[in-house]
Design a protein around this ligand. Structure first.
Ligand SMILES: [Zn+2]
Length: 418
């Protein structure tokens, strides 16, 4: 899937290529005219990975070879872990227009009091969200991270109706407030929450709604490229921020555009002038592309975060992320880390896949109860992961530690035919 205006991409690339020799060389080498580039031609321009950004900035500190403007034009300087140095020019507005649209789609009202508990230090996230709520017409509290008791006090004193931050911290605020004898539903008037920078599970969403009576909206943004996608009131996936980005979603194995319903790696190119323009930037994230129209009427395509590209593997033709397997196995108490072993046996045209599930109670692995558990896990696996796999249980120490989350480095392995 390709999303975003090709016309605006061409205008931007003409501007970028005229100013940045690094990109000019890439377009010249590929024999592509940025003013006429097609989506197919664009795929001949090499990807820019986070490691490439770090490398060019180390070689030519601090901004590397991608700068499009002179220092006099910078308005602010952000930094993300790496470190990656991100200058912002005043006119690019740091993702504000895309965020304002998301805020509107959440049902936030002008005059709402927005409590922002993201990090304001060094990284761009906190300020970016703060500016957007202010621009929309909210009163914004620069809460920042930590200081939970103080955050409870601020939220109550100012009557915060909107929360913006990681969802687990909203839960923490609720726990601390309850310990102080505060009735969350009466005295903490959060109505809407903008959830970012952390996975919003259905369980956490339900728990927070139960605590505060708050409607949560998931959002994905990235330090370098800005807002990527956010949920609307239909809560059926996140709409892409096409205004700021030209997005390609490519099959992580074939490099061809992924179809609706499939999974693709995000390759994002900035639209409009930027201090440090990114062309075909690949942060390493894969998304599931949702099919059909959203009931809210917004035609912008919808996505769901799928996982980091490095840990995703195609098994029997279906992309599997270890997190999806971990989420499924979490429904079975007593299970620990696991490993999916993919095997191509001689003479068989299809791959076999076996999930080896480690059990906390090693004695259970050899017992009838263990075999019964394996049968129950196997029974629901196709519903959860879209392919059938064999299931074996074993003591947890037989599963390598590197298979465990959050890295899942060896969660999916191939067994050689020999
Ligand atoms: Zn929608």
């Amino acid at each position: 899937m390709i999303a975003g205006s090709l016309e605006r991409l061409r205008e931007t690339l003409v501007w970028v290529v005229a100013r940045v020799p690094f990109y000019r060389e890439r377009f010249t080498a590929a024999g592509i005219d940025p003013a006429k580039v097609t989506a197919e031609e664009l795929r001949r321009i090499p990807l820019l990975r986070k490691a490439d950004l770090v490398r060019t900035q180390r070689e030519r500190p601090p901004f590397g070879e991608l700068l499009a403007v002179s220092r006099e034009e910078f308005a602010s300087l952000h930094t993300s872990p790496g470190p990656i140095f991100i200058p912002r020019i005043a006119s690019e507005r740091g993702g504000t227009p895309a965020l304002v649209k998301e805020i509107e789609a959440m049902g936030v009202r002008r005059g709402d009091v927005a409590h922002v508990t993201l990090n304001y230090h060094i990284m761009p996230g906190g300020l970016r969200i703060h500016r957007a709520f202010e621009h929309f017409g909210c009163l914004v509290i620069n809460g920042g991270v930590g200081n939970t008791e103080m955050q409870v006090q601020l939220a109550r004193a100012y009557g915060a109706t909107v929360y913006a931050g990681v969802p687990s911290f909203l839960r923490q605020i609720g726990i601390v407030a309850r310990e102080q004898g505060i009735d969350l539903r009466r005295e903490m008037p959060y109505r809407v929450a903008f959830s970012t920078a952390e996975k919003l599970t259905p369980e956490l969403r339900a728990e927070l709604d139960d605590m505060f009576g708050v409607e949560l909206f998931d959002h994905i943004g990235e330090a370098q490229i800005g807002p990527v996608a956010g949920e609307c009131r239909a809560h059926q996936g996140m709409h892409l921020s096409e205004n700021d980005l030209f997005c390609e979603f490519l099959d992580p194995e074939s490099g061809e555009p992924a179809a609706a319903g499939g999974v693709g790696e995000l390759i994002a190119s900035h639209l409009g002038p930027r201090g440090l323009p990114l062309v075909r930037y690949a942060p390493g994230d894969a998304y599931r592309l949702l099919e059909g129209d959203c009931p809210c009427g917004n035609p912008q395509p919808r996505v769901e975060f799928f996982g980091q590209v490095g840990t995703i593997r195609k098994v029997k033709g279906v992309l599997i992320h270890p997190i999806a397997a971990a989420d499924y196995l979490a429904r079975f108490p007593g299970t620990g880390r696991f490993q999916i072993v993919v095997e191509q046996r001689p003479g068989e045209s299809f791959e076999r896949a076996t999930v080896r599930v480690g059990l906390k109670d090693a004695a259970l692995a050899g017992a009838e109860a263990g075999r019964d558990l394996a049968r129950r896990i196997a029974g629901g696996i196709k519903g959860a992961l879209l392919i059938q796999m064999d299931v074996e249980v074993c003591p947890e120490d037989e599963i390598p530690a590197e298979a465990a989350g959050p890295g899942f480095a060896r969660a999916i392995v191939t067994k050689s035919a020999a």
